[in-house]
Design a protein around this ligand. Structure first.
Ligand SMILES: Nc1ncnc2c1ncn2[C@@H]1O[C@H](COP(=O)(O)OP(=O)(O)OP(=O)(O)O)[C@@H](O)[C@H]1O
Ligand code: SF4
Ligand SMILES: [Mg+2]
Length: 338
């Protein structure tokens, strides 16, 4: 894959965090498995004691197998869902409270959804879709809308005449570009993106990654980015958080974590993706336990090649490891183990 690697990723400044999640829980009420017609509901813990801090200008990749809670965490950061427990803060205040105060938060924190096509109204042209946030947030006077739409299309690598087309006439890659252009229209300082480049052909993916990295570096946009691809995480994001069954199990500088993972799950992901810019094959060895019936002790113990007796009784919490790293494991790997 050809990528613009001329510049290095921006290191986060050491300031107060933009986002802070403190022991965040998210419980969904769902029907018990195999009982579709019952009225009874049980609690599915999609996020379980998540602690995370994102500083201004940071770039953070969220990585983990399907169902690990990545989208749930992102939706919470974007203020779309409230935590069931704990605190989710934006500049020190509850995200939901700030979001309810007016359009300021939604303008500042833009989201690219996992289902980009589903997030766009099929009855609207691309031009109208991109003009909508311009108008809603009063970004430019009406007379300048068309020019600004054209600029945004150009920025994401779409021709000006794409403005007249409808989402149904666009390829998957073009739809993602429209979703990114729409997110950028409000001139946000934070972009949260759920698999914004997955499933695209290699050259489209490279173009969008180069664009996102430029935005991060030249405009200082804070980026929280879900990906299944460790190469994408490494190219785009200074920090990485690896999730497993609703928890962050390892976090730290991306290259340090990927070069010498301390958590056996992080090591398994790394081992499963020996070549960068190829998505992690799913599933990894061993069955993922049901979030409705988590194993006792460490939730990774049923799949962990390093598990010891205490792993089946003690639930490891995220603890600092030094050099900005943290791991939730009773027996973390030493750099020489990986
Ligand atoms: N609205 C919902 N109602 C009930 N359960 C939900 C809801 N949203 C997510 N879940 C459950 O919460 C858990 C985490 O889901 P989430 O979508 O956050 O995972 P993910 O890491 O984004 O997965 P993927 O990689 O497949 O997108 C899963 O068990 C999922 O089934
Ligand atoms: S606590 Fe034990 S089971 Fe869990 S990841 Fe660490 S070594 Fe493996
Ligand atoms: Mg998801």
């Amino acid at each position: 894959m050809m990528l613009d690697t001329a510049t290095t990723r921006t290191a986060p400044s050491r300031t107060a965090p933009i986002f802070e999640l403190i022991e965040v829980e998210k419980v969904f009420q769902v029907r018990p498995p195999g009982r579709r017609f019952t009225r009874e509901k049980v609690g599915l813990r999609a996020l379980d004691g998540v602690r995370l801090s994102v500083e201004k200008g940071a770039s953070l990749a969220l990585v983990g197998e399907s169902g690990s809670g990545k989208s749930t965490l992102l939706r919470m950061v974007a203020g779309l869902d409230a935590p069931s427990g704990g605190r989710a803060l934006y500049h020190g205040r509850p995200i939901r409270e700030v979001r309810a105060e007016g359009p300021g938060f939604a303008r500042d924190v833009a989201m690219v959804y996992q289902d980009a096509r589903g997030s766009l109204d099929p009855r609207m042209t691309v031009g109208a879709l991109i003009a909508e946030p311009l108008r809603h947030f009063g970004i430019v006077p009406k007379a300048q809308e068309e020019t600004r739409v054209g600029e945004l299309l150009e920025r994401v690598g779409l021709p000006a005449d794409a403005a007249k087309r409808y989402p149904s006439g666009l390829s998957g890659g073009q739809v993602r570009r429209v979703a990114i252009a729409r997110a950028l229209a409000s001139e946000p300082s934070v972009l949260v993106a759920d698999e914004a480049v997955s499933g695209l052909d290699v050259s489209t993916q490279a173009q969008l990654l180069t664009l996102l990295r430029k935005l991060q570096q030249e405009m200082g946009i804070t980026l929280v980015f879900i990906t299944h691809d460790l190469g994408v995480a490494s190219y785009l994001c200074e920090q990485i958080a690896i999730m497993y069954l609703g928890r962050i199990v390892e976090t730290g500088p991306t290259d340090a974590v990927l070069n010498a993972p301390a958590h056996p799950y992080a090591a398994a992901l790394r081992g499963a993706a020996p070549r960068f810019f190829e998505p992690i094959p799913e599933p990894l060895p061993g069955e993922i336990p049901s979030p409705l019936d988590l194993p006792k002790g460490c939730r990774f113990s049923t799949r962990c090649p390093m598990a010891q007796d205490d792993c089946r009784t003690r639930d490891p919490q995220l603890g600092t490891l030094g050099a900005g790293r943290a791991v939730a494991c009773l027996h973390p790997l030493a750099p020489s183990d990986t």
